[in-house]
Write a protein that binds this ligand. Sequence first.
Ligand SMILES: [Zn+2]
Length: 208
Amino acid sequence: MWDCLLVSGSIVGVAAVGDRLLEIVKDPPWERALCDSCTHGLVALLSWLALILRTGRCQGGGWPYVPWLEVLLCGILGSAIDIDHFIAARSFDLKLALHLNHRPPLHSTGLCCLLAAFPFLLSWIFRCDWLFRFGWLWWVAFSSHHLRDGTRRGLWLLPNWSTPPLPRPLYLAALAALPHITWSVMKLTQTGFNRQEGFLPLRLEYII
Ligand SMILES: [Zn+2]
């Protein structure tokens, strides 16, 4: 259990350090964007790692089995959500991407929940547990990203409605709680929970 708590503490630590860096690094814009992306990625990666460490198969003596590619994928997705800034700007120009007059689509929590519903629906129809797991991974990736962005502009839940900006203590508590709440729901519903090897067909130890 200690390893799980350590990872949860790391999520809050990484988010707090990342936010502080954004207050310090104002220029050049690419450095600021890189710093923000890395923080998003690390927070998502650690969130999925914390969730995995909560599972019974990963507890007990010795170093637990961790599907590292799955953990890495969560980090990549958590960071890659900001690509929609460039898509909305229809340009690779960072200044244009950062100064949109509207929020890009993947920053809509409502839309991302709808996207998560697809793998859930397909896995329910085809009884495919790895798709359930992918749906939960996507949930953790985009939720951690939206919670971080939510301190600036709130959570965009419906097309014309967003919450007020999230207070800092609430956002940090929500980030720390996210993997544990998700794990509890996965366990309760037995969805994507018992897949020992993770949903990816490859295991890192087969590659390196
Ligand atoms: Zn963002």
